[in-house]
Design a protein around this ligand. Sequence first.
Ligand SMILES: Cc1ncc(COP(=O)(O)O)c(C=O)c1O
Length: 369
Amino acid sequence: MGVPIYNFKELHNEELRTEAKRRISEIIDKNAFVEGEYNVLFEKEFAQMQQAKHCLLVANGTDAIEIALQAYDIGHGDKVGIPTISFFATAEAVITQGATPVFIDVDAETGLMDPASLKRVLKEHKLKAIIPVHIYGMPAPIEELEAICRPLNIKIVEDSAQGQGGYLKNGPIGSSNNLTTFSFYPTKNLAAFGDAGAILTQDDNLAEKIKSIRNHGRSPNGHILSGKNSRCDSIQAAVLHLKLRKITQQNEQRKQIAKKYHEKLKNLEIGLLPAKYLETSSWHLYPIRMANREQKYALQQFLKAKEIGSALFYEKSLPEERPLMNAAGEKQVGPQFAAQCICLPLNPFLTSDDINTVCDAIKEFLASR
Ligand SMILES: Cc1ncc(COP(=O)(O)O)c(C=O)c1O
């Protein structure tokens, strides 16, 4: 018996399926397929949970970033700073908006945007916004980045596709004065039965603008801007609202699992995320760093032979991806980080035996080298 990276069977147990099916039937009966009652309920409760004034559901996490940029009036001719480590969508949203991505390098231990790199990049590039990513669930150094950006009126969009359940210095991710975007893709901590996303804000005017952008620029008085169709359908909202019941407990389980991994792996010849993130990460993923790419692939094969899941997030850093190869900025550390990084199984349903199985396999692998 192996250890899976995800566990949809436990996540979607009989209790959840029964209530989800009841809610879907209710939506069919009411013909309320888009922006229905569950959208309103979810937006209210999720905003409360993350200590934001407004939550606006949208169709997916990529749209959430695009819409956040549009809400800040960022588009053609503007430069936007993005980290060298993230999922491609962070860069793609900038390009889709017509803006130009500029790389800011990451911390070599965490993959999080490095404020020192931002300072250096700003000497050469006038940025209109930056998109720090709460990668793997760890909070990006938002307070330090804000201290650099505020005096220069640089907007911040926090890409929290992986950060639901994580904590900034003064509250949950989503509680800052920036626009914070989420993805509810099925593998995320809080996950829909398909695609969905959200934007959190404390600002009434931005909330109104985002509502309009996500629905073709509509307002009560006609179309006030050119937006897009990024409405969230009622079935996804109903599932997300249902999953709010268990999410705090599930995120706590993730944290306890991360702590066990950390304890068992901390004295080995591998790179772990710094212990200070044990309390503040959402533990969406559990990345470790191997000596080099070759050792990373060898470990993946070794784990696979024992039916232990793993994932290469990310096989390449963003500057190594073809559409981004000519983008300017700092890009030394990202490629090195991507070469070393491999993610171990992490889902709320892993048992102590599962964790022992994974850690023993890693020890066996290192002893065999
Ligand atoms: C860091 C990051 N940003 C953005 C996205 C895009 O979200 P979606 O797939 O919902 O469009 C993801 C999703 O995988 C992500 O991990």
